[in-house]
Design a protein around this ligand. Sequence first.
Ligand SMILES: Cc1cc2nc3c(=O)[nH]c(=O)nc-3n(C[C@H](O)[C@H](O)[C@H](O)COP(=O)(O)O)c2cc1C
Length: 338
Amino acid sequence: MNLKELLNRPLEIGGKTIESRLLLAPMAGITHVAFRRLVNEYGGAGLLYSEMSASRAIPTENPKVSKVFCWTEDEKPKLLWQIYGSGPEEMAAAAARCEREGFFGVDLNFGCSVGTIVRKGGGAALLRDPEKAAAVVAAVRRAVKIPLFVKFRTGWEDEPENAAGLARIFEENGADALTFHPRTAPDIRTRPPRWEYIGRVKDAVKIPVFGNGNVFGPEDCAKMMAETGCDGVALGRIAAVRPWVFADWCGLPPPRTGLHLAALKRFAGLCSEHFKPRPAVNRFKVLTGYMAADFAFGHSLAVAVKTARDMDDAVWAAESFFSDDPPPSAAPNPNMLR
Ligand SMILES: Cc1cc2nc3c(=O)[nH]c(=O)nc-3n(C[C@H](O)[C@H](O)[C@H](O)COP(=O)(O)O)c2cc1C
């Protein structure tokens, strides 16, 4: 089976079906409503993760003013909302709101190792406390019927058995699917992820497992699926570099030339539609920083856009960079993907 056929196999998750096995992974500052719209317009993603959101805030959050808790109707059938927090009841209440809003599903962030979140017992802190993690999953399961995902890392030590044990706990307490990033919590993408651990997690459970980490090209994706037996793959940074990557690997109409500039211009419009001028241009700058990784002289693009005063200036800087029609590199520059 070629990659396109592998990815286009429907998959049942918690009583619902997804049409492609490539997921947009959650990325704070990137997978907001404007970016998800861009990805969804190209097509190919089976599910679109939100940015992580604080469970404490969600029950009372107003989508008309929130910068994170907002979405469009079109994406709801594919929208997987990620929440973080430590209290089972708080997480359950946030998940219930996600269900009421009609999202595809909800995901529990058990992987974030940022100090402010871990100190409050959220994100990867829960991997140190399997009983509490189990209580969170069970409480959310009682609160909602929509598909329940857990996204997690190996744990605090480089121990695959630990990850497999956690996966079993999540499944026993009602998770419908897992997204697994095989790095330890303290490892901020410095060492390569241990893909072989994805196979250990997959063997430990019956529910679908999505592998994640350093998949940058179609060969990586095919390799991860073949070597680990995972049911699908969640793409993070490569989606920020090439938002059409899902469409491309799933064999949707072939990408045209000049894609980077066209994507950036569309993204500028979407950001301006959804956010006020300052946050809109800030989001544009973040994405341009990733897209710049696709070009040999991408630093000049990133710097020119970063120093722009406003959106018009930022788009103008991008247009100037692309006026020479620079050829994209075969693979993005890893030093620009931190
Ligand atoms: C800028 C950035 C923000 C991220 N934010 C989140 C997040 O909100 N929730 C989460 O579970 N993971 C988050 N991650 C981790 C990604 O989902 C993913 O696990 C990681 O980037 C590895 O996948 P990749 O190699 O395909 O990028 C973030 C990663 C990046 C680069």
